[in-house]
Design a protein around this ligand. Structure first.
Ligand code: HEC
Length: 113
């Protein structure tokens, strides 16, 4: 009886961790937050990088322009900015999840072709 209960308990834990693990791995902002972030991408990022991310005061952030640039490097750039350049850091406004989502949107190609 005790063994069965312990086994059930362990199975319960395994199921719980299977259910929560993917959320930790692929934490994405809520749908509402994604809409806010896309607005920010167009209004704020777009003011320097262009509405279609083809560049302006800041460089192009298109699929081609970002090809081969490591995700972590781009996340660091958006989080902390580039001192000595016009690129500001966004960590006061955006959390890690927000920044990662924005970078992934850009790495997938924005706006989509
Ligand atoms: C005030 C102008 C300005 C704004 C606003 C701005 N950027 Fe930038 N950004 C720059 C400049 C200038 C650079 C290039 C810095 C350098 O010379 O290395 C840059 C660089 C970058 C890079 C690195 C590109 C590369 O090829 O390495 C990324 C990614 C980026 N910006 C994303 C964003 C995002 C996302 C936002 C909005 C949350 C944003 N930027 C808002 C000016 C801006």
């Amino acid at each position: 009886m005790m063994v069965t209960r312990a086994a059930h308990f362990r199975l319960g834990l395994a199921v719980a961790s299977l259910l929560s693990f993917p959320q930790v791995l692929h934490a994405t902002p809520s749908v509402e937050r994604q809409a806010q972030l896309e607005h920010l991408l167009l209004q704020d990022c777009g003011s320097c990088h262009g509405l279609r991310m083809t560049g302006g005061l800041g460089p192009a952030l298109t699929l081609d322009a970002l090809a081969g640039k490591p995700r972590e490097f781009l996340i660091a750039t958006v989080t902390h900015g580039r001192p000595g350049t016009a690129m500001p850091g966004w960590k006061a406004l955006l959390d890690e999840q927000d920044v990662a989502w924005l970078v992934d949107v850009l790495l997938e190609g924005y706006p989509s072709p």
